[in-house]
Design a protein around this ligand. Structure first.
Ligand code: HEM
Length: 472
């Protein structure tokens, strides 16, 4: 790109001069003190890995080999319980044996892991995978409750408390911590990373689903650099700074567009029906509504006090970073235009805030730091006409990303939950039975499926639209 293209037009230069004069008074009192760095929150911009760790997560030491071995075995023998037919006695008995061995495991102390963040992460990931394998491999279980044995529940609760995150499979386990390097001598780049070290279905569709999400995370490292640069500008009032901010916002819009393209390209590598029927069911956590299976953590606290809903890209700290930087108001607290519709008000407005509890605590702290910055960019754009246009352009790019995401979610979840056509003689008979069962129980929706999903995604898209500043 020609650097001249990045400079503001003469009109904006003129506007900038006026707005600098207007805002000088305000910005003088907002001069920031010493700022923490992203590294203080385990956000790795020096290594260009962002919310991914700088290095792959190592396996657990020998003392925890029973967990590691159980995970290897699970990936070899377990299939989704709801897909196991009565005739498939071998799969049934393999699964029963595996679960009996899990129940017989001793409750290992996690004290030896404390102080080593990488090992704590590996423990969280291994145990959370085991919990989901345990709960979802049980045949013929469509409602009621399942007891998660203490051999998994107790250590998972312990490491989750140290990492300050939910005791269940999360986006961090499946994306941020689920890779190794193809060539350990070379740096961490998307070309040198092997994604999906651990998988449930073992399908390429599952791997590509996580790869798509991980690509977004790595694209997002540039977002972290830009936001960091913005927060470390010596001031936001002189002309040079305002020109700089315009360029930073324009660069952010370009990255958001690339994220949208990455997401759209997932349609080529992730088959919707495979995703919906073979992959996504493994991610479900404990049911909270009237249908589905709820989980009880043996010797643990009341399950209703735990966050157990499972992984979602709604837990991606990159997406929250953008939302917070722009000040998107998902909870509908601010008086903004256009006013929320009735459907917006009926949606799960607490969803995004809840999703933060699934992130590692340090990443959540980074988001709080961003949210409490002394230099909110929306306020700056509000009082600085020259910043308003690139700010609004960025909001629009994010709104388009959410429009595009809604189409994807509709294709992969809503349409699939409504599809009933199974070819005669289809070998996936169990799957067909499951579809019929789900539809009779839930009226065309599962999990965050159907109506509640549409309400949520539309509400978040509309909250994004509402973030744009009106022209004076
Ligand atoms: C095949 C690809 C995808 C499908 C089928 C999909 C589906 C969904 C679904 C069903 C939800 C609702 C919450 C839940 O049940 O987890 C959701 C939420 C969300 N997803 Fe995705 N997603 C996909 C890819 C992505 C990617 C690549 C990103 C990252 C940019 C992303 C970001 C989000 C965000 C931020 C939310 C929270 C709701 C919102 O902000 O609108 N998704 N997604």
């Amino acid at each position: 790109m020609n650097p001249i293209d990045l400079l503001p037009s003469p009109f904006y230069l003129f506007e900038s001069i006026i707005s600098v004069l207007n805002s000088a008074q305000l910005s003088r009192k907002a001069a920031p003190g010493p700022q923490p760095t992203p590294a203080d929150f385990d956000v790795n911009i020096q290594t260009n890995t962002g919310f991914l760790p700088a290095k792959p997560i190592p396996r657990l030491p020998e003392a925890y080999s029973s967990w590691e071995n159980a995970l290897t075995r699970a990936q070899q023998v377990l299939v989704l319980g709801v897909n196991i037919t009565e005739e498939d006695t071998q799969t049934r008995s393999d699964g029963e044996l595996w679960r009996a061995q899990i129940r017989a495991l001793p409750v290992l102390s996690t004290k030896g892991l404390n102080g080593d963040k990488q090992l704590l992460r590996r423990a969280h990931k291994v145990l959370a995978f085991l919990v989901h394998f345990y709960a979802h491999s049980i045949p013929d279980l469509t409602d009621g409750s399942v007891i998660i044995p203490r051999s998994l529940a107790t250590p998972l609760l312990e490491v989750s408390a140290v990492l300050r995150m939910a005791p269940v499979l999360t986006f961090a386990d499946t994306v941020l911590w689920n890779w190794d390097l193809i060539n350990p001598e070379l740096p961490v780049t998307i070309e040198n990373i092997n994604f999906g070290v651990e998988l449930f279905s073992g399908t390429e569709d599952e791997r590509n689903f996580w790869l798509g999400n991980a690509t977004v995370e790595l694209l997002g490292v540039e977002i972290l650099h830009i936001i960091n640069e913005y927060h470390h500008l010596p001031n936001v009032s002189d002309l040079a700074s305002i020109c700089k901010i315009n360029r930073l916002l324009t660069r952010l819009s370009a990255i958001v567009k690339r994220i949208e393209e990455t997401m759209a390209s997932m349609r080529e590598t992730v088959d919707p029906s495979m995703f919906y029927w073979q992959v996504r069911p493994w991610f479900n956590g404990s049911a909270t509504g009237t249908s589905g299976v709820s989980w009880v953590y043996e010797d643990g606290p009341d399950a209703s006090t735990l966050d157990l809903s499972g992984p979602s890209a709604g837990q991606s700290s990159i997406m929250h970073t953008l939302d917070i930087f722009l000040d998107v108001d998902f909870k509908l607290h601010q008086r903004r235009y256009p006013a929320p519709s009735d459907a917006n008000k009926r949606s799960d407005v607490g969803f995004m805030e809840r999703m933060r509890r699934y992130m590692p605590g340090e990443h959540r702290d980074y988001l709080s730091y961003l949210a409490n910055t002394s230099r909110p960019v929306r306020d700056l754009a509000q009082r600085t006409p020259a910043v308003k246009e690139p700010y609004n352009a960025l909001v629009l790019a994010l709104k388009k990303l959410r429009d595009s995401h809604m189409r994807i979610a509709c294709l992969y979840v809503v349409s699939m939950s409504r599809s009933t056509k199974v070819p005669p003689g289809c070998p996936m008979f169990a799957m067909m039975r499951r579809m019929e069962r789900q539809q009779s129980q839930e009226g065309h929706s599962t999990g965050t499926g159907g109506n509640s999903l549409s309400l949520l995604l539309k509400s978040n898209r509309d909250a994004t639209t509402r973030t744009a500043l009106k022209s004076n």
